[in-house]
Design a protein around this ligand. Structure first.
Ligand code: ARG
Length: 436
């Protein structure tokens, strides 16, 4: 039964009802909607807009509904248009006229915006705590591998040796920035639109401050037209989640590459790998690939929401109902991805010996050989040229810089001395770096 049926002389068709309904998506806001209604109802009674008796029935009814939902006795089926209508309808069926008074001085427009902000504040905190667990895992792997050295890459070509700690900490820095962004975004999400009503506020003598306190919002929205039509907080979270997924996806890509037999730097635990239905030898990094793949969907959600909003005039438009499917999907995806990723890297084996053996090829000490000559007074460009010629010749013979005898080195530059061998030793290269 429609709560807004008065103005209509005909019922909506089944197809129109089905198309209009958002209950299957927004039912997860049910607890926030009940909390909101409790605070709103209490305030209405305090302000004498409804009677104390009305509110005590409303409160009892809502608390009963809450218990029954928690106990699995009520489920929100698609006979309802959305979660707000569902709860109000069930309440009114139980308590009659008092239930019908609950929607005084509010609209679904400020209601849905408030519910969603409450919900996303909690989800943002959960994402922060999952990021913290991931960063802790990264730190613990870095700690266990303090003396592990591996090739560092640019253009996916061996560049210079790096410590595993430095490599992993690079990701930690990214996630730290993401964490900061999430924390900062809460400032803008933590604003209460309730009281804005449909779009222009209300003439009732409401007390927004007390509702704000009960619902633990930091601030009240200032402009009701903005408050009911603003979805920037959804977009901001969609964007930050996209960044987190992008960081996870890059990390996944490295895990996929580094766990190939060609690299063999990492071995994923069997419990986070999958096999092939046909090739018995296969052990595939599906978790990492799925994180990488899901990143595409999360970007899609951001683009979809930006596009939903781009042509909307003030104020509320039903287009905005699309926001929930998109943001819920991104929130679920990033949470699941962070969890599985943390478990996956936490159980992986880092093949220290293989990484270190791999330092022997690729002339990763070439920059340091050039720097050695710089320190002896040769201009850097000249040094670059000398070592470049040396690498060209050596690569044809399959030799390394340290394989050359001092007289052979001196043929390239008279400035080479015995201490060159120490200067190009990979272990010393790491020690000499200023950057931690
Ligand atoms: N289900 C709606 C949504 O999510 C609630 C707001 C409906 N408001 C309205 N005026 N039709 O956007």
């Amino acid at each position: 039964m429609k709560l807004w049926k008065g103005r209509f002389s005909k019922q909506a068709t089944l197809s129109a009802d089905k198309f209009n309904s958002s209950i299957n998506t927004d039912k997860r806001l049910w607890l926030k909607d009940i909390d909101l209604s409790l605070a709103h109802g209490r305030m209405l009674a305090k302000q004498k807009i409804i009677s104390e008796r009305d509110f005590s029935l409303i409160e009892k009814g809502l608390l009963e509904i809450k218990e029954e939902v928690l106990g699995g006795k009520i489920s929100f089926t698609d006979e309802y248009e959305d979660i707000h209508m569902a709860i109000e309808t069930i309440l009114t069926e139980r308590i009659g006229d008092s239930g019908k008074r609950l929607h005084t001085a509010r609209s679904r427009n400020d209601q849905v915006a408030t519910d969603l902000r409450m919900y996303l504040k909690d989800e943002t905190l959960e994402i922060i705590s999952l990021l913290d667990s991931l960063m802790e895992e990264i730190e613990s792997i870095a700690d266990k591998n303090r003396d592990t050295i591996l090739p560092g890459f640019t253009h996916m070509q061996k560049a210079q040796p790096v410590t595993l700690t430095m490599h992993l900490s690079a990701y930690r820095e990214m996630f730290l920035r993401d964490r900061e962004r999430l924390e900062d975004s809460i400032k803008r999400t933590d604003v209460m639109p309730l009281g804005s009503c449909a779009l222009s506020g209300t003439s009732y003598n409401i007390d927004r401050q007390s509702v704000k306190e009960e619902l633990r919002f930091r601030e009240l929205s200032k402009n009701p037209m903005d408050a009911v039509s603003d979805r920037d907080f959804v977009l901001e979270l969609l964007f930050i989640i996209s960044l987190i997924m992008m960081h996870l996806s890059r990390f996944s890509e490295e895990i996929i590459i580094f766990s190939t037999s060609e690299f063999n730097y990492i071995e994923l635990d069997d419990s986070y790998s999958t096999g092939s239905s046909i090739m018995p030898q296969k052990k595939n990094p599906d978790m990492a690939e799925l994180v990488r793949g899901k990143t595409g969907r999360v970007y899609g959600n951001l683009m979809a929401m930006l596009t939903v909003m781009k042509g909307l005039p003030l104020t509320y438009n039903k287009d905005m109902q699309e926001d929930k499917e998109l943001i819920f999907d991104s929130v679920d995806t990033v949470k699941a991805s962070l969890e599985i990723f943390t478990e996956m890297i936490g159980t992986a084996t880092f093949n220290k010996e293989v990484m270190e053996k791999d330092l022997k090829t690729g002339y990763m000490n070439a920059t340091d050989a050039a720097d050695y000559l710089v320190k002896k007074g040769v201009p850097f460009r000249e040094c670059h040229e000398i070592i470049g010629r040396m690498v060209l010749a050596l690569s044809k013979e399959g030799k390394d810089i340290e394989d050359l005898t001092l007289p052979q080195l001196k043929a390239y530059s008279p400035y080479f001395e015995e201490d060159i061998y120490e200067a190009v030793d990979v272990r010393n290269l790491i020690k000499n770096r200023k950057e931690k």
